[in-house]
Ligand binder design. Sequence first.
Ligand code: PEP
Ligand code: MN
Length: 280
Amino acid sequence: MRADYQPLRPQKPLLVNRDSETPPASFKIKDVTIGDGSPVIIAGPCSIESADQIDKIARFISRSGAKILRGGAFKPRTSPYSFQGLREEGLTLFSEIAERYNLVTITEVPDTNKVDLVYQYTDIFQVGSRNMQNFELLKAIGETDKHVLLKRGFMSTLEELLLAAEHIASKGNERIILCERGIRTFEKWTRNTLDISAVPILKNTSRLPVIVDISHSTGRRDIALPIARASLAAGADGLMIEVHNNPDAALSDSRQQLSFDQFSELMQGIEPFLKQARQN
Ligand code: PEP
Ligand code: MN
C-alpha cells in the first residue's frame, strides 16, 4: 500500500463524503426528520408475527415517543428451519397498522427481486448486515427514490460501509442513513461488538446520518440503557431498538427484545440525552 494512500479521499470526491461544500444531510420523512440534531427512536419487533402483535407494539411505542416502526417480513436467519417471516402478508399488516398510529416504517428488502414489492409498503428500506455488499441490491435501491438505512456488515470496515453507501448514491439516490450494528470479534459475552468509535468517525467522514442498533450489536437487554446513552453521547442521530409485547415468546431474537416495561425505562433513561440534543 502506498504511504500516502487515503481511502476516503480519492481523486474524485465520494458523493457520501463530507466536505466544506456538502453539509451534513438530514432527511424529512413524513413528520420525522433524521439528522437534524434531534435523535430519532426506531423501535419495534425483530419480526412481524401477527396483526395483534404489531398493533400492540405499534400502539405502545408511539405512546412512548418512538416515531419509526421497525419489523422484518423477510427474515435473514442463520438456520433455514428458523422462522423466515410472514413475507408479503407481513408487509401488508405492517403498513396498515403503522398508518393507524402515524408511524414511519422501516423494513428489510432482502434481494433485488423484492425491491418493487417492498417499495410499496415501507417508508424506509433496510439493507441488512448480510447484504451490505450485495452490490446489485445496492444499485437497484440506488435507482429508487426511497430512503434507505444501510447496516454495516458484521465483518466490514468503515471504508467498506461508506463505499457500499457510495454504490447507492452513485445511482442517484443519496437518501442514505448509516447504521452501526456491531461487528464480529472474539468476544462472546455480547452477540457482536458495538464499535462505538464508528459513530464519530462516520459522522466526521460522511455527511450521512448515523443510527446505532443497540439490539443486534449487543444481543442482550440488560445493558440496553448504558449502550443507548453511550451511542447518543457519541453523536448518533438515533437508535434502533427491538421491542416485543412478549419477548420470551418472540419468533426471532427473543433474548434481546425489550419488554414494554423495559422500553419505557429505557426511554426515561435517555430522556436527558434527547433533551440536551434538542437544545444544542
Ligand atoms: C434486523 O434489523 O432485522 C436484522 C436482521 O439486523 P442485522 O441485519 O443487523 O443482523
Ligand atoms: Mn432481530
